[in-house]
Design a protein around this ligand. Structure first.
Ligand SMILES: Cc1cc2nc3c(=O)[nH]c(=O)nc-3n(C[C@H](O)[C@H](O)[C@H](O)COP(=O)(O)O)c2cc1C
Length: 445
């Protein structure tokens, strides 16, 4: 008997790992981030387990201090297009930044992925937080945090407008009459806004799911408002159930304020550490902790602070007063770290290690991990999760041991519910705006 609430699960394709030391694990494949066979295997395994989607993260600036996966990895649309050819049902979600791209290009790229995959594309709309990105795009400076979200809102208007260029039945392909398309059903956008001027139409039609699914991961005030108003699903970095519930209620209430009910799906990122027994789980957790040296943890900590060098401070002194360095970067994460350090009087060493390898309730036996996932779902802390691998082969173990428990409890599917990503997620088909307007004016006559 299916449970009234069903988990939505994403799997994060993250090559050779999240941290700086993951690639050195005895079972890790250091070249994984640019190995198509590796991605294919993980994608097919996640699909076999009926995951909702695969997620590919991205950024557009590296330094020699960046993590190994960031230093050498695939561009998201390229790898997802290749994976579209070796999967059939699973959603394909890629990150693309609005601060360093053009809406016309991005609309085409995601529309193409949506066609190639038979209606399975999703776009994680990010504003980019690494200030150095500007130097790769001929820009004098990184836009301010609030401006980035203003750009994002207009950008999404343009992209979604372009995606509606063609009404669903516009391509008539009438060989008899020679009419390839119905000109009344092809529309120019003619957008002239604060940041963009785009004429349209887009040179690709709508896909089987109408438009790609919109994901968002902003967690600052501006980020939450943008996501509550515009996103179909939200990623968030939470590992405390009480904080997660507060965030969940906040986002859903804001979405309701924008006239959206039930609002976006809320999907915390998770790095479960699973072991077949409690002892094995603890041993795996220790392996996970040991992947990160204090030097790695300091580099990891520096990243949201705009790649700040934390090695210059005394490790055992109180966490330094550096909050201001990250406010135009990953603002929400910076505030979270500095608040935790201040409130709990943590040293720099404690802060770095805690944020590098958090011990969450998602570490333990398969039953323990399934219990935690169910609790978060039932208590209104999450609609599902976006799962990162904590150690090599954790996906295999999760699929083999945790997924069957979730299925037996009726909180996770045993078969895909539909053909398109929207059908699988339970999202409505977005009617073309011009078709809708014509319908509305006919009804008014
Ligand atoms: C699970 C998850 C995945 C994310 N993936 C990306 C990503 O691929 N690229 C990126 O630039 N930011 C990514 N972010 C960061 C967000 O885009 C955003 O910058 C961050 O949450 C800070 O939000 P704020 O700027 O509203 O404070 C991710 C965040 C989470 C929680």
């Amino acid at each position: 008997m299916p449970h009234p609430r069903q988990l939505k699960l994403g799997f994060v394709l993250h090559g050779n790992g999240v941290g700086w030391g993951d690639w050195r694990h005895k079972d890790a494949q250091p070249s994984a981030s640019t190995d198509f066979r590796y991605y294919k295997r993980q994608a097919q395994l996640a699909e076999k387990a009926k995951f909702d989607f695969l997620f590919v993260a991205d950024s557009v600036f590296i330094t020699p201090q960046s993590s190994p996966h960031y230093l050498n990895r695939f561009e998201p649309i390229s790898i997802l297009s290749a994976l579209a050819g070796v999967t059939e049902h699973i959603g394909l979600v890629g990150t693309l930044t609005v601060s360093y791209s053009e809406p016309y290009n991005v609309a085409r790229q995601f529309a193409s992925l949506d066609h190639i995959s038979g209606g399975r594309a999703g776009w994680n709309v990010v504003t980019s937080w690494l200030e150095g990105s500007a130097a790769n795009y001929s820009k004098p400076e990184h836009p301010a945090h609030n401006v980035r979200y203003q750009i994002a809102a207009e950008y999404l208007d343009v992209v979604q407008g372009l995606w509606d260029s063609w009404e669903d039945d516009a391509l008539t392909h009438d060989k008899e009459s020679g009419q390839f398309f119905d000109p009344a059903k092809l529309h120019r956008l003619d957008h002239h806004g604060q940041f963009f001027s785009v004429r349209g139409p887009l040179n690709i039609a709508r896909s089987a799911q109408g438009q790609p699914v919109i994901f968002q991961a902003g967690a600052s005030e501006d980020g939450i408002n943008f996501a509550a108003r515009r996103a179909d699903a939200i990623f968030v970095g939470q590992n405390n159930i009480e904080e997660a519930k507060t965030y969940y209620r906040n986002v859903k209430a804001r979405a309701a304020g924008f006239g959206r009910d039930p609002g976006p799906l809320i999907l915390p990122g998770l790095r479960p550490v699973v072991g077949r027994t409690a002892e094995e789980a603890e041993a795996k957790y220790q392996e996970f902790v040991q992947l990160t040296s204090i030097g790695d943890a300091l580099r990891m900590l520096g990243r949201p602070f705009n790649d700040h060098d934390f090695t210059v401070y005394d490790l055992d002194a109180p966490f330094p007063d550096v909050e201001h360095l990250g406010l135009n970067s990953n603002q929400s994460y910076v505030l979270k770290i500095t608040r935790a350090a201040r409130e709990r009087k943590l040293t720099l060493r404690q802060t770095a290690l805690e944020f590098a390898s958090p011990r969450s309730e998602f570490s333990g036996t398969p039953e323990h991990v399934a219990d935690a996932m169910q609790r978060w779902l039932e208590e209104g802390a999450a609609d599902g999760f976006n799962i990162f691998e904590s150690l090599p082969r954790q996906l295999d173990l999760f699929v083999e041991t945790v997924i069957p428990i979730l299925q037996a409890r009726g909180i996770f599917r045993t078969e895909y519910e539909g053909e398109t990503f929207r059908e699988v997620l339970g999202l409505p088909f977005p009617e073309n705006r011009y078709t809708a307007a014509r319908g509305a004016s006919l009804a008014a006559e």
